[in-house]
Ligand binder design. Structure first.
Ligand code: HEC
Length: 96
């Protein structure tokens, strides 16, 4: 049982959990990681824009553009995306 838990928190499993639509709560560690990536990567070229100031569609559109700009790989990008959804009071499990 303990082994299963360890396997689950390994990063690829965590990513899978994020990607599967109804398991999108970030663990405290993931939130910490995501926040760090967000602050470092997303404030490199401009101020941090307030995720709450955008509609879901707008924010998703920008995130697609910013994935390219930030050159983040899928996994850290999904973390940041989920984190910003949380900032918007809108975790991906709720978001449609
Ligand atoms: C390499 C530089 C660069 C990085 C890194 C970057 N951005 Fe941007 N971002 C830009 C530029 C340039 C624009 C101007 C709009 C455009 O591209 O059309 C922009 C625009 C935006 C906007 C829209 C602002 C508006 O006009 O309302 C948002 C939101 C945004 N970025 C979020 C992010 C997030 C989140 C990240 C991290 C994943 C990120 N950016 C990383 C360069 C960057």
């Amino acid at each position: 049982m303990r082994l299963l838990v360890v396997v689950f928190v390994s990063s690829s499993a965590a990513l899978l959990a994020i990607l599967s639509s109804n398991a999108a709560e970030l663990s405290p560690q993931q939130t910490k990681d995501a926040r760090k990536i967000y602050l470092v990567k997303c404030a490199k070229c401009h101020e941090l824009y307030d995720p709450k100031a955008y509609s879901n569609a707008e924010w998703d559109k920008w995130m697609v553009k910013m994935k390219k700009k930030s050159k983040l790989k899928d996994e850290p990008f999904e973390l940041v995306k989920e984190y910003t959804a949380t900032l918007r009071g809108n975790s991906a499990s709720v978001q449609k």
